[in-house]
Design a protein around this ligand. Structure first.
Ligand SMILES: NC(=O)c1ccc[n+]([C@@H]2O[C@H](COP(=O)([O-])OP(=O)(O)OC[C@H]3O[C@@H](n4cnc5c(N)ncnc54)[C@H](O)[C@@H]3O)[C@@H](O)[C@H]2O)c1
Length: 394
């Protein structure tokens, strides 16, 4: 079977956009994928102009509808192999649904959608048609996130009692949206961001890290969605007290008014026998505390199977491509790891051997849906005086 590079189609990314650039680098990272077509902007003229001026040649289209229609007329091998959606939140559902209906795998930015009904529909389509779908929760692409997941699930720190999962930023601490910052403008607008601002934007990342590392779900929650900056219509501070499915408790918290914080995502898991600590601003290391023992720091690239402490490590974890320790991996590597894993599933899908994704290598449509269900419950709890809201059946 020839390993021609997979063709990726972009929706969004023109005119000063942000996440398209890390995403695009991650697509090209391994030489086995490349961006070949795009609908780069909501204005058809700008979309075509941006495509003409893009730093490398691509087939530019005035809209994602026209992209999908024209690409599907091309023979397999020439057309796009998967769609990468990097638009604001309110423009995730429609292109994702249309791509799935055309049989095209989707790699979609988070939060998955702006309503639970939309998330349900995407999950239904993915299941019905058995199509690869990734929700772009970047941070579980860090090798150390994979290791953290293995360690907690191996029982080394015992039954989980408490989790602090957080994402702290400070860039919206004043009216950033009034200074022409495109990324701020739509993030504070409920029509484009969804019913929660900070919670949708980064609280969903903290939730995903909790679910990915511990394997636990939120059973019920009590939420505070707060807005500190004047005249802002959505929360810029998001604090959710959770009961998890094993009876453990957790805080899923996010802020965008924490002056000095940059992209301070992290997780601390306290188990009955020990504690695990990980922060994405230092993604190469992972800390384990067991009582009466020296603290252990594990560095990516310096973890060996059967080191007398961690026990067996999955061969798949040790086989994940990385660079030698000390040459730092970070955000782009994490994104690339997600695309690399997604590529394998897209190739299997095209060969007719795709068996579905279990969420161990990238966040699935179900993970994206869980994020939206969590947000909806948090908004409801906040509106009802921070009442406990159950996620059962949501
Ligand atoms: N995974 C992560 O770590 C991460 C980080 C940042 C942002 N995001 C997510 O990525 C998405 C984009 O965020 P951003 O900060 O890059 O936003 P941005 O405003 O910088 O870029 C959005 C792009 O979408 C384009 N666009 C809007 N409507 C369109 C349409 N109908 N057709 C084609 N293009 C259209 C805009 O012109 C722009 O190019 C959001 O959902 C955000 O939550 C994820």
């Amino acid at each position: 079977m020839s390993r021609r590079p997979l063709h990726v189609g972009l929706v969004g990314g023109g005119r000063g956009a942000f996440i398209v650039h890390p995403q695009q680098r991650a697509v090209f990272f391994d030489g086995t994928r490349r961006v070949t077509c795009a609908a780069l902007h909501q204005d058809p003229g700008v979309a075509l102009e941006e495509a003409r001026n893009w730093p490398f040649p691509l087939r530019g289209y005035p809209s994602y509808d026209e992209l999908l229609a024209a690409e599907m007329k091309l023979p397999p091998g020439e057309r796009l192999d998967y769609l990468l959606i990097v638009t604001p939140n309110h423009v995730h559902f429609d292109p994702a649904q249309k791509a799935l209906l055309a049989g095209i795998p989707v790699f979609c930015e988070k939060p998955l959608t702006t309503t639970l009904a939309q998330a349900d529909e995407l999950a239904r389509l993915v299941e019905e048609r058995n199509i690869p779908f990734c929700t772009a929760h970047t941070y579980l692409g860090h090798w150390s996130s994979r290791l953290a997941r293995h360690i907690v699930r191996s029982g080394l720190i015992g039954k989980v009692r408490w989790v602090d999962a957080y994402y702290l930023q400070g860039w919206l601490a004043d009216r950033t949206e009034d200074r022409g910052v495109q990324q701020a403008e739509w993030r504070v607008d409920p029509e484009r961001a969804g019913a929660s601002g900070c919670g949708g934007d980064i609280g969903t990342h903290a939730l995903m890290q909790l679910r990915y590392v511990t394997g636990l779900e939120v059973a019920r929650l009590s939420a505070f969605l707060e807005t500190f900056v004047a005249r802002r219509r959505l929360d810029d501070h998001f604090t959710v007290y959770c009961e998890l499915t094993n009876g453990a408790r957790a805080l899923v918290r996010a802020t965008q008014i924490g002056v000095g914080h940059k992209n301070d995502l992290g997780i601390e898991v306290n188990g009955e026998k020990g504690t695990l600590v990980w922060r994405q601003e230092e993604p190469e290391r992972l800390l384990i505390h067991l009582p009466g023992q020296p603290d252990r720091v594990y560095w990516r690239g310096e973890v060996k199977a059967n080191d007398g402490f961690l026990g067996d490590l999955p061969a798949s974890l040790l086989a994940e491509p990385t660079i030698p320790s000390g040459h730092g991996e970070a955000f782009h590597d994490a994104f690339a790891r997600l695309h690399r894993c997604f590529e394998e599933d897209v190739r299997a899908y095209q060969e007719g051997t795709y068996q579905g994704a279990d969420g161990s290598r990238y966040a699935t449509v179900e993970d994206g849906r869980a994020g939206i269900a969590f947000l909806q419950a948090a908004v409801e709890s906040n509106a009802r005086g921070h009442a406990w809201v159950s996620l059962a059946g949501k």
